[in-house]
Design a protein around this ligand. Structure first.
Ligand code: NAD
Ligand code: DAU
Length: 362
């Protein structure tokens, strides 16, 4: 994850550590066996799943360095004592799905804005204790997203470009990271921000494009492609995203923001074509459905600032996609248990009318 022999931050609070990218970060840090300990604080929303940490919990040496606490980052009483005992906070916790933010934005404001505020206030209290010589001030890493730049019709976003978020999700994420930066400027907190691109890989909740289409295709269900399917995303393998965050945690400069690009730009149609070929399923499963309102056409980032910090992604896109398809084939219990209960109501709300009015994708 990080290149350092001796990690700078040994006791970590990882919020949202039961989600897709957070759990990968936790598994990978613990698997390095470098003595770091992790407290996970996770609300276990519909997107959180403690099973995602099972590989670490099954290993006694790793399990001894992992503590799991169910709680809300927007709850100061839960957060303050945990921040008091760590060297760094890495905040993955968020409502993360754009479509859900369109259906119901409120939870996004509560977690992605107010939750970040509560974490920052706890770090500020610890910085005050550090000023009295009682401890070292904690570092705060805010995990943000390329969506804060808005739709990028051409070229690549750089860290100092204007933020033009266009969905309730991306607006809330922009607010969260701007708040974090304001605590660096105003209170001198040790804050770093990462902006990651579209991430894919094992343990990805099946509400998102790649796992939704893999799991639907395995079951010969329709694949609802929004609009013309020519929107472009830049895909980053989950272990590379988690690794880059670990690298910025160790080596990033306080007050700085780092783009984490995948450098694998594809249209959604290209992604579906690759998935169907790997699964041996027909294109006739694909249905063109009503577009996402305010759908961003393209994201693309320049990540030379991260490269200058010494990080290079490791997973080639074809290999990452093959590993992802294999994982979903081999871990059907994992996603079938998610695709039940609350999922069915969500799926109907999001897709029933769309699929009823859908057309064949040529
Ligand atoms: P996810 O939805 O899979 O996981 C989010 C986790 O946060 C879950 O475990 C959930 O239970 C937890 N959580 C939600 N609200 C909480 C709260 N109030 N208190 C404590 N825990 C709470 O998300 P992900 O895809 O792993 O994304 C992680 C982070 O990375 C998010 O901040 C997201 O904005 C950012 N990001 C994601 C991507 C991507 O493509 N997935 C890309 C760039 C940035
Ligand atoms: O870019 C980073 C962001 O990537 C993260 O900040 C978000 O947390 C993460 O969810 C992701 O957002 P997207 O909206 O890009 O991901 P999603 O998988 O929802 O959609 C990817 C593309 O696929 C997008 O153009 C919409 C399209 N899509 C998605 C779904 C779920 C479809 O065409 N059909 C679908 O059913």
């Amino acid at each position: 994850m990080s290149d350092s022999i001796e990690p700078r931050f040994r006791r970590l609070l990882v919020t949202g550590g039961a989600g897709f990218i957070g759990s990968c970060f936790v598994r990978d840090v613990l698997a390095r066996r470098d003595g770091r300990s992790i407290t996970v604080l996770d609300k276990l929303t519909y997107a959180g799943n403690r099973v995602n940490l099972a590989p670490a919990e099954a290993d006694p040496e790793q399990a001894a360095r992992l503590r799991f606490i169910v709680g809300d980052i927007a709850d100061p009483a839960a957060v303050a004592p945990l921040v008091a005992e760590v060297d760094a906070v890495v905040n993955f916790a968020a409502e993360s799905h754009v479509d859900r933010s369109i259906l119901d934005p409120e939870a996004f404001l509560r977690t992605d804005v107010m939750g970040v505020h509560v974490l920052l206030e706890a770090c500020r209290a610890e910085r005050d204790r550090a000023a009295k010589g009682l401890r070292a001030a904690p570092r705060f890493l805010q995990v943000s997203t390329d969506e804060v730049y808005g739709s990028v019709e051409s070229g690549e976003s750089r860290e100092d470009d204007r933020l033009e978020p266009r969905s309730p999700y991306s607006a809330a994420k922009a607010a969260g990271e701007l708040l974090a930066r304001s605590y660096f400027v105003t209170y001198g907190l040790d804050v770093v921000v990462t902006r990651g691109s579209n991430t894919y890989g094992p343990y990805h909740h099946p509400e998102k494009l790649i796992p939704l289409f893999i799991t639907n295709a395995i079951d010969d269900q329709q694949l609802p492609l929004y609009g013309d399917g020519l929107q472009r995303r830049d895909w980053l393998y989950v272990a590379d995203h988690a690794g880059a965050i670990g690298h910025v945690l160790e080596h990033g400069a306080a007050g700085e923001t780092y783009n984490l690009a995948g450098n694998n730009e594809r249209t959604n149609r290209e992604i579906v074509t690759e998935l169907l070929a790997r699964l041996g399923k027909p294109w006739s499963l694909v249905r063109l459905v009503e577009d996402r309102p305010g759908h961003d056409r393209r994201y693309a980032m320049d990540s030379s600032k991260l490269a200058a910090l010494g990080w290079t992604n490791k997973m080639p896109f074809g290999d990452g996609l093959a590993a992802t398809v294999d994982w979903y084939r081999q871990n059907q219990d994992w996603w079938r248990s998610i695709k039940s209960g609350e999922w069915e109501a969500y799926y109907r709300r999001q897709y029933a009318a769309r699929l009823a009015g859908s057309r064949e994708a040529t």
